[in-house]
Design a protein around this ligand. Structure first.
Ligand code: FES
Length: 568
């Protein structure tokens, strides 16, 4: 098998000439033949002026390169797309699959014996691992790490739970424009990923549990010396996995994905992680069975006391032992013989982890929530499923029936939500449609529908809200998400009318529109034709015509091989 500079040669019909030409060009960078004879470790560079979550990537590349060279390899950084949540129109999710394709193709196209994947912001970690799984070249993940928590007028704060909290208070008239402007400067006080249990933190923990990242690497702060040491160690390990030919497919096994899902549940993690882990598993031919996932939740208590629902920030979790502290508590529920990127099994990794008294990860005997942080719903509104993060909901609203107040799109929501004339009451159910993978497009994190201004001003803090959208992991409330099929793909959400009754029965795992089948059939017959790809071009056309629903991870259908088994 070829290695080093001989890998992935440009095709001129003469391999020796291809190598000759390649070496001629890379020598322009000052490499010697000795250097070019070493194993090559590609390092994905997702640094971007638009991405503060990755602003330490240059430092991490320098430290990882040091580790590669100390271990006898040659580091070669290369760029792929970088996506930051608030700098991606229409949504970062719309671009995740593009980044996955970019990663896969650049790993395939360029010579590397292993690759270090540096990412961190929400969509980048799944995108990098989706691409690496498909390329199946030895790969190791390194996240940029969480930012530190900030401080505002004596209160500890952090992105992005407190962004939403401050904004909700501003909408309700509790704080003025000067105060919210001042808070804006303190919400992200350092570079790095969001400091709460949002999608980035959830995915970092999931990937460490999956075995694709070094122990402790999920939670060490972005600005810490430890993060740089982890980068150096990642570099050294990247040279070793090149020699061992340890591929993602040997680590990202069905059992390892179940371990990752369990950690998501125990962490009270972001609902987005289900979509991303489904997409990553899909690249290796595994489907996620939502009903079995729900059952898994029933056995897995929420143990991590962390914002948005708890008290702590990621730096606190790191001081409490990080991912290992969670793994230790649910040890008996894990597949301990799964191989990890260190060459040791998960069980050996847990055995080697130190522990000490701490207050962030609760013992199993005293959980935050006894189980099922994320419940899976079905019913006539969600034939292919929907989810609710019940650990982040108002308990009394988990069983609820109310009148539907329907918004046809994000634009309709923006135009009417705060209209003082809107007929809406606290006990109503807010419905948002055309906000799914195709509908918006890009399945925006719009499921956290704001409380209508007049109700917020009257002190209403939570309402039942349902949609085919996603929700940021940093958000909270009684919110049903990922309704599938989405309305723009013929889902029954398109049939709801203002004033219909909707019943949320979380205990019974159902979400139903209380309208007769005959009436629903009449409404369906009157619907306009579904939107199609006509008039679209380029990536938008590819996306629209091939993106799958939440249950398939919203990956492109042509990137998913035949599903050979389901997990858990
Ligand atoms: Fe990048 Fe939160 S916006 S991790």
């Amino acid at each position: 098998m070829t290695s080093g500079m001989r890998k992935s040669l440009a095709n001129y019909g003469d391999a020796d000439f291809s190598l000759f030409l390649r070496k001629a060009f890379i020598k322009a960078l000052g490499y010697t033949d000795e250097a070019l004879s070493r194993p090559i470790v590609g390092i994905v560079n997702t640094d971007s002026g638009y991405n503060a979550c990755h602003a330490n990537a240059p430092d991490l590349i320098a430290a990882a390169s040091r580790g590669v060279m100390l271990a006898g390899g040659i580091p070669v950084p290369f760029p792929v797309i970088s996506i930051q949540e608030s700098f991606a129109n229409p949504t970062s999710m719309y671009l995740r699959n593009l980044m996955a394709m970019d990663t896969e193709e650049m790993i395939r196209a360029q010579p590397m014996d292993s690759v270090i994947l540096i990412g961190g912001c929400d969509k980048t970690v799944p995108a990098l691992l989706m691409g690496a799984a498909s390329a199946d070249v030895p790969a190791i993940m390194l996240v940029t790490g969480p930012m530190l928590a900030g401080s505002f007028r004596g209160e500890r704060i952090g992105a992005c739970t407190d962004c939403r909290r401050f904004w909700a208070r501003y909408r309700a008239g509790e704080i003025d424009a000067e105060t919210i402007e001042a808070a804006n400067s303190e919400l992200a006080p350092t570079v790095g990923t969001c400091s709460v249990m949002g999608t980035a933190s959830t995915m970092a923990l999931a990937v460490e549990a999956l075995g694709m990242m070094l122990p402790g690497a999920a939670s060490a702060p972005a600005v810490s010396a430890e993060r740089r040491r982890l980068a150096e160690q990642t570099g050294a390990r990247a040279v070793a996995i090149a020699a061992e030919k340890l591929k993602p497919s040997q680590i990202m096994t069905p059992a390892a994905f179940v371990n990752a899902l369990r950690v998501v549940l125990a962490a009270g993690g972001s609902t987005n992680a289900i979509i991303h882990l489904t997409a990553m598993a899909g690249r290796l031919g595994f489907g996620v069975d939502l009903e079995k996932f729900d059952a898994l939740g029933g056995e897995t208590p929420v143990l991590v006391d962390m914002k948005p629902t708890g008290a702590h920030y990621l730096e606190d979790l790191h001081k409490a032992g990080g991912c290992a502290a969670i793994l230790c508590e649910i040890r008996d529920q894990l597949a301990l013989d799964c191989m990890t990127i260190t060459g040791k099994t998960l069980g050996e990794t847990i055995d080697a982890a130190a522990s000490w008294p701490q207050e962030v990860v609760r013992p199993r005997a005293n959980p935050i929530h006894s189980g099922g942080s994320i419940a899976v719903l079905h019913g006539n509104l969600a034939p292919d499923g929907a989810i609710i993060k019940q650990s982040a909901a108002t308990p009394s609203m988990l069983q609820h029936e109310g009148r539907a107040i329907v918004f046809d799109s994000l634009a309709d929501l923006a135009a009417r939500l705060d209209d003082p004339a809107l007929d809406v009451r606290a006990e109503d159910v807010l419905v948002l449609r055309n906000a799914g993978p195709k509908g918006a497009p890009g399945m925006p994190e719009a499921g956290y529908i704001p409380i209508p201004k007049k109700l917020a001003a009257a002190g209403v803090k939570d309402m039942v809200r349902i949609s085919d959208a996603r929700m940021s992991g940093t958000a909270f409330g009684s919110i049903v998400l990922h309704i599938a099929p989405e309305s723009a793909d013929g889902g029954p959400l398109a049939l709801v009318r203002n004033g219909d009754r909707i019943r949320l029965d979380t205990k019974g795992r159902r979400i139903d529109l209380l309208v007769s089948d005959d009436e629903l059939a009449k409404r369906r017959a009157a619907l306009p034709p579904l939107p199609d790809g006509k008039g679209k071009r380029g990536y938008e056309k590819l996306y629209f015509e091939t993106v799958t629903q939440a249950g398939q991870g919203c990956d492109f259908d042509f990137c998913i091989p035949e599903i050979t088994r389901t997990i858990p």
